[in-house]
Design a protein around this ligand. Structure first.
Ligand code: PNS
Length: 161
């Protein structure tokens, strides 16, 4: 079974990575799919985010990294995937994620959304928090991989705190 893990990944965090690691055991193939979203102003370009994800998943043989635009279910159908993967960190995630799962189900009944609970120790991490900490000069080494921490430090023009 092929599973799509869609998201913005701006940037990918240790929480995302944990979910990719754990789901790679459950599915034949995981496609990490970065949404090209014209409504958002990302910190990192699509190309950079793809490269960051490829770098930190290079040791997981059944992970592919791609980008897409438009509806996630249409992309999943094109890739012949049966599952959309999403992580749940806290209760407040659930409301929006459940709505998204219902919407996707009405759009394509054959594709299931499967939620994985985020590792407890990583459940406070979000890409937005990572960007905010880095912007104000704080350390993000415990939140993202070393390469991505470097990317954040260089975008914000300071060296590792
Ligand atoms: O990492 P994010 O920003 O929480 O990911 C959200 C994402 C990309 C999964 C969601 O916005 C999405 O699937 N967008 C594509 C458009 C779509 O399919 N919309 C219908 C479901 S709401």
């Amino acid at each position: 079974m092929i599973a799509i893990y869609p998201g913005s990944f701006d940037p990918i965090t240790l929480g995302h990575l944990d979910l990719i690691n754990r789901s790679s055991i459950l599915f034949d193939q995981i496609i990490v799919a970065v949404l090209k979203n014209p409504n958002k102003k990302p910190l990192f370009t699509i190309e950079k985010r793809i490269q960051q994800i490829k770098d930190c998943t290079k040791n997981i043989s059944n992970v592919e990294v791609d980008s897409f635009s438009g509806l996630t279910v249409e992309y999943a159908k094109m890739k012949q995937a049966g599952v959309l993967l999403r992580g749940l960190r806290v209760m407040s995630d659930f409301e929006q994620e459940l709505q998204m799962a219902h919407i996707n189900k009405t759009l394509e009944n054959k594709i299931e959304t499967i939620f994985l609970a985020t590792n407890t120790e990583l459940s406070f991490i979000s890409s937005s928090v990572v960007k905010e900490i880095a912007k104000f000069g704080g350390s993000v080494e415990h939140l993202v991989t070393p390469n991505i921490a470097q990317d954040l430090y260089s975008i914000n023009n300071y060296s590792c705190p």
